[in-house]
Design a protein around this ligand. Structure first.
Ligand SMILES: CC(C)(COP(=O)(O)OP(=O)(O)OC[C@H]1O[C@@H](n2cnc3c(N)ncnc32)[C@H](O)[C@@H]1OP(=O)(O)O)[C@@H](O)C(=O)NCCC(=O)NCCS
Length: 224
């Protein structure tokens, strides 16, 4: 079988978009690897390439009305820390400044390849280079993309990167227990429940437990 880029294999920062496209479009490859985006949908500053989405650094131009609307949409933020106070372009800018030139926090935009559209973000936070751990968070802001496997794929890409490129040993994530979509995605990725915190948050006025999930590198099913 011809050597080809795995769906989950990270395209590194140093690889150009053209190189990524070429390696994904190996003419000898009949194994069904995904097609790279057409020329007209040139990914900007590609970081990690997936099958139906790619991840790239967030850009100033992403901070527009759409993004502001996501954070002011209760359906999106119901189980998140954000949304308790109104979000503005300025508050988003302030939040994102934490990631600028950081070696401990990484925020990436999730881009749907078909429509070349920013649909959400995924983060790797508080990277501890001594213990080699981090935590992760994800938001799909465009609700029409929910339930289509985007969170699963975006998380898989960044987890593959965390374990195989950054050499991390463990990644953790928190979720409100009632957030079945989040808990389901984490479990599908192989995360294990490590503990619950009773009545940690109020969701629509109702006290809810939160759960901490953890994933060890050896537990992560990566086909890289
Ligand atoms: C939670 C969230 C990230 C899930 O994203 P998504 O792209 O819809 O999830 P996926 O389609 O990748 O689903 C992956 C798995 O999670 C589970 N899942 C997803 N949505 C579900 C739902 N509504 N009910 C039950 N299980 C669900 C399923 O097991 C699914 O796998 P399957 O389709 O093979 O059965 C998304 O709804 C979101 O961004 N919500 C708002 C922000 C948020 O709550 N973020 C999480 C903070 S921890």
């Amino acid at each position: 079988m011809a050597a080809h880029r795995s769906v989950w294999e990270p395209v590194t920062r140093n690889q150009s978009v053209q190189e990524a496209r070429d390696s994904m479009n190996d003419p000898n490859d009949t194994s069904g690897s995904p097609e790279a985006p057409p020329e007209s949908e040139e990914p900007r500053r590609l970081f990690l390439m997936g099958q139906k989405l790619y991840l790239r650094p967030l850009e100033e131009s992403d901070i527009g009305p759409e993004y502001v609307n996501w954070l002011n949409d209760h359906d999106v933020t119901r189980y998140m820390g954000t949304g308790r106070f109104p979000s503005t372009k300025e508050s988003i800018r302030k939040f994102l400044s934490r990631f600028e030139n950081s070696t401990t926090d990484l925020a990436l935009a999730i881009i749907d390849r078909e429509q070349n559209q920013h649909i959400g973000n995924v983060t790797l936070n508080h990277i501890n280079w001594i213990d080699r751990t981090a935590d992760t968070g994800l938001m799909i802001g465009r609700k029409e993309f929910w339930g289509k496997g985007y969170a699963y794929e975006a998380w898989r890409l960044i987890l593959t990167y965390a374990f195989s490129q950054l050499g991390l040993r463990k990644v953790v994530a928190g979720a409100v227990v009632e957030n079945v979509a989040s808990v389901g995605t984490l479990r599908k990725l192989g995360f294990k429940l490590e503990g619950t915190f009773r009545e940690e948050v109020l969701v629509d006025g109702k006290p809810c437990d939160t759960a901490r999930f953890g994933l060890l590198r050896r537990e992560f099913q990566s086909d890289v």
